[in-house]
Write a protein of this length. Structure first.
Length: 227
């Protein structure tokens, strides 16, 4: 995954209030205790999650494909997934992957590399946009008569992608059915330990009336696996 030229866009995006009210609470929910753990965040961006992990007592470092973001994060190096060649076998207690998987064109070797660099008994966690939201043609539909919100699932069972606005450019979201993610993790040897789906929070709905009625539509997905 290459994010060349998107660093400035992401620096603004990461300050969005929704990141703090929607994304980080779900990530905290699926993370195990991290105090004293060595944790690698893949796709660390500007380092917001790394700081959260460090504040929770983890020994955290990150990797990002965009050099400008890796430098901004501090304790991070440049790398391009799926390869984690810079990390030795069994070097970490846990992997964190936050809003990154949907930007990868393929899952080949992704979970395998995470498995390789994680010690036996370690874990990996991820948060992604729910696959029901990323299928081409997917999106909410609001009934103009009563305001009820329905979800148009789009081409859910097919792989596909959409390009979404990102500053002066675009960022690509790759869609794959949920079963493909679960199967890729299982084939690499990971055992599913926690699985959580969330709609838009009450806080988000109260601050932005356009989200009213979305409490029954899955927006994000979080999961944790054990090695």
């Amino acid at each position: 995954m290459e994010w060349a030229g998107l660093a400035e866009w992401w620096l603004e995006e990461a300050q969005d209030a929704a990141y703090g009210t929607e994304v980080l609470p779900l990530l905290r929910s699926v993370l195990p205790g991290v105090a004293g753990a060595t944790v690698l965040e893949v796709g660390c961006g500007e380092g917001q999650v790394l700081r959260m992990l460090t504040e929770a007592g983890a020994i955290a470092f990150g990797m990002d494909s965009e050099q400008a973001l890796a430098r901004r994060a501090g304790q991070a190096f440049r790398g391009v997934l799926p390869s984690l060649a810079a990390v030795r076998d069994g070097a970490v207690d846990g992997i964190v992957c936050n809003l990154v998987l949907e930007h990868l064109p393929s899952l080949d070797r992704v979970f395998d590399e995470w498995y390789r660099v994680t010690r036996p008994g370690g874990w990996c966690t991820l948060v992604v946009n729910h696959p029901l939201q990323t299928a081409p043609g997917a999106g909410p539909i609001t009934d103009p008569d009563d305001g009820e919100v329905f979800l148009r699932v789009g081409e859910y069972f097919d792989r596909g992608w959409t390009d979404e606005p990102a500053g002066e450019g675009t960022v690509r979201f790759h869609h794959r059915p949920l079963g493909e993610v679960l199967e890729a993790a299982a084939m690499a040897g990971w055992r599913l330990e926690r699985f959580e789906e969330r709609a838009v929070s009450a806080e988000m709905r109260s601050s932005d009336p356009s989200w009213s009625g979305h409490e029954h539509v899955p927006r994000l997905l979080g999961a944790r696996w054990r090695r």
